[in-house]
Design a binder for this molecule. Structure first.
Ligand SMILES: NC(=O)c1ccc[n+]([C@@H]2O[C@H](COP(=O)([O-])OP(=O)(O)OC[C@H]3O[C@@H](n4cnc5c(N)ncnc54)[C@H](OP(=O)(O)O)[C@@H]3O)[C@@H](O)[C@H]2O)c1
Length: 347
């Protein structure tokens, strides 16, 4: 095209088209060709009697993305809330993106686990099925979710690997019961290990992500490989640790918005989806507002971890006792499984 004409068209094009303001349902493209809405309602620790209405209210107020997991023990209410919300919003099931997750004690029976989740949800399919942690645990241990060995250490299933689990998850796609599969809590190292053994690229990696744990390397790696990143614990999880940060509050003031809005919008600016959890109707509505953060805001947020230090909130002690160590030193005998995150490399 003639450059002068192209320039003229560019000048006449409204800035709302050239630079659209991000919204909660801004569709972010997955490597499956499907899209995932920018903001999803988190439901971890959303308890019985409250999560049904939280999900229904979220969908009625415009949310189109819900995140749950077998481990949250709330899939039945999440499903009920989803159908109620869909009714209130006058939309259909296909308009909502639903994620659930495979728990560690189900790594050797993934289809059974998905069927169990679908039965609880009362749904025929999920839009995304994630491996919750790349850590297989004994399916026949002394607890259905968190089995321990007699010495008190975590009962890791060493007869298999999480990569074998992933291969089984790939087979779920043919059943239509999961439209996409992905992983959660995977570092670059884990994703590289997976890529070395399996041709199928996860659609999503759901990880803890916020200005205090920006994980630039992981974001860069995932972008290069076509893996969408979803951010969990965006507000600082239980206790909303980041909402009182002065820098976050200053940016919020500048935009006439809340600290939660800043912390959530940070992810959308990075092309990631964010999963704020709330069971409070007013907060569910508040969290849906996405701000158009400018370069200065993003630089300030990027400097937070550099200036104030990195904080990782969710890192369960998936420890195993190392056989060469004595039994009477609990602190030393429990070895952390190294998940490959640079901020947690050391034991
Ligand atoms: N894949 C994984 O391993 C993994 C791990 C952790 C989390 N997740 C997912 O990510 C979701 C979010 O993470 P999260 O639950 O750890 O924490 P979060 O979303 O960072 O924070 C949740 C807390 O913030 C409060 N809150 C929400 N909006 C607020 C607002 N506008 N003002 C003040 N307080 C507000 C909530 O209280 P109320 O509910 O009382 O309003 C709740 O106490 C989870 O629910 C889950 O779906 C995944």
């Amino acid at each position: 095209m003639n450059p002068a004409l192209a320039n003229k068209i560019l000048k006449l094009t409204p800035s709302s088209i050239l630079h659209p303001t991000p919204k909660m349902d801004t569709p972010l493209v997955l490597n499956t060709g499907a899209t995932i809405p920018a903001i999803g309602l988190g439901t971890w620790q959303s308890g019985p009697g409250e999560v049904r209405e939280a999900v229904a209210h979220a969908i009625a107020s415009g949310y189109r993305h819900i995140d749950t997991a077998w481990m949250y023990r709330n899939e039945a209410e999440v499903g009920e809330g989803m159908r109620e919300g869909i009714k209130r919003a006058g939309i259909s099931r296909a308009d909502v993106f639903l994620t659930t997750k495979l728990w560690c004690t189900y790594h050797n029976r993934v289809e059974e686990a998905l069927d169990d989740s679908l039965g609880k949800l009362g749904e025929e399919y999920v839009d995304l099925y994630l491996m919750h942690w790349p850590v297989p645990m004994n399916p026949n241990g002394n607890h259905p979710a968190f089995p321990k060995r007699p010495d008190g250490s975590r009962d890791i299933d060493e007869s298999t690997t999480w990569i074998e689990t992933y291969k089984s998850m790939v087979k779920l796609l043919a059943t239509g019961k999961a439209k996409a599969i992905g992983v959660s809590n995977c570092s670059v190292k884990y994703l590289q290990d997976l890529a070395a053994e399996v041709g199928h690229v996860p659609a999503v990696n759901q990880v803890e992500l916020h200005p205090f744990l920006p994980q630039h390397d992981l974001i860069e790696y995932c972008a290069a490989k076509g893996i969408h990143v979803s951010a969990y614990s965006p507000l600082g999880s239980t206790g909303t640790r980041f909402m009182n940060d002065e820098t976050v509050q200053e940016i919020a003031k500048k935009h006439g918005a809340s600290a939660a809005n800043v912390l959530i919008s940070y992810h959308v600016a990075r092309n990631c989806s964010a999963l704020p959890k709330s069971v409070t109707p007013s907060r569910i509505e508040e969290n849906a507002k996405v701000l158009d953060l400018d370069d200065e805001d993003m630089e300030t947020l990027t400097n937070l971890a550099k200036n104030k230090g990195t904080i990782r909130l969710v890192y369960p002690p998936f420890g195993v006792r190392h056989p060469s160590l004595p039994n009477d030193e609990p602190k030393l005998t429990v070895w952390q499984i190294k998940l490959g995150f640079p901020d947690k490399e050391e034991v």
